[in-house]
Design a protein around this ligand. Sequence first.
Ligand code: GLU
Length: 373
Amino acid sequence: MQPGFPPSQIRRLVIKIGSALLVDPAGQVREAWLRTLVADIAARKAAGQQIIVVSSGAVALGARRLKLPKGGRGSLEDAQAAAATGQIALSQCWAGLLAEQGIIAAQILVTLDDLEHRRRYLNASATLDRLMALGVVPVVNENDSVATAEIRFGDNDRLAARIGQAARADATVLLSDVDGLYTANPHADANAMLIPTIERIDARIMAMADGGSASGMGSGGMTSKIEAARIATGAGAHLAIISGKVDAPLTHWERGGPGSIFLAAPAKRARKGWLAGRLTVRGRITVDAGAERALGRGNSLLPAGVARVEGLFARGDVIDIVAADGRVIARGLSEYDSDDAAKIAGRRSEDIAALLGTMPRSVLVHRDHMAMV
Ligand code: GLU
């Protein structure tokens, strides 16, 4: 078993598959290999893990179908047309192979902006949660056909890490055509050594990366993988780079196959660190003593425990949660706009539907989106 990755500790896992693994040089889906990966996914699901797939390959697949030069990456218009054409084939393929294992697939296409914008980030997060609870495997890709050049991920490595953050995944695995991070480019330097575990991403580690994709099919190189590791570990999750050039790659890796693991620092509770450190706080919610105790025990904030709502904030904005004596006790993302929050303050969750005419969430601030300060 790999350090940091015993399945019992990884409840929710993101698996990213690069273009060169999914699509052969003739532009066909590598279905036989993909079937072995899907069998791995089915085995993990049967063991109680929740899986999210981030799949590249739309541009590579579409480019071949449309006979576009430079693998469809010659211009933004070509890449977008290729992505739109390839994506439909890609999702068909995933849905079919997962169905063979009795698993229902879902498709989510996101742009960078969807995950940077708080409200949309929270929506994506809630959708992923619901899909996980329903036992579905979401297959995620960048919505390349509408993303604009300046604001796109461009590579699915960082997208996978951000999706992991939105889904509060415990780990992300990048399946690649390289089997991990080497001290130097292994193709150019015979002395290059694989680094199995990375505890801190420092300048030395950064220097080991070279940009660009070795296969020329995808857009991610080692630089984007280290960036992804920075996002994941900063959000309190592990990230592994392993080779997808073998059949059943997850099983192969679990049985001792090579790979590099960037370890999260669990003691730091890094996932919530960014929240506690946020500078723009749009509002304040004063809670009663009962709610203060409940928050101290790690519970979400329910409307019933709210005494006062101040400030003008939108759903997804950062707010301070303060005790009756004015002490700031926590900081979190509000699930409601300030006017709706004021309407439901002090009321039981069951009453929300009647008060607002709709009941989007039963909590005012979810514990997963809250940091005690
Ligand atoms: N979203 C791109 C695709 O599906 C892949 C991006 C990448 O190469 O990482 O083709």
